[in-house]
Design a protein. Structure first.
Length: 43
């Protein structure tokens, strides 16, 4: 039970960090990922 709470705490910490990342930066990462996926699908 304690480990479950620790995992939840960890995921909440990650979530808050992700949310605090500026929107434009997240969008840039998403565009890069989409480009990588597109390149992979072409080959």
């Amino acid at each position: 039970m304690i480990s479950l709470y620790q995992d939840l705490d960890f995921s909440v910490a990650i979530y808050t960090q992700v949310v605090s990342i500026p929107f434009s930066f997240r969008r840039m990462i998403r565009v890069c990922i989409c480009n990588i996926l597109n390149v992979r699908s072409h080959f």
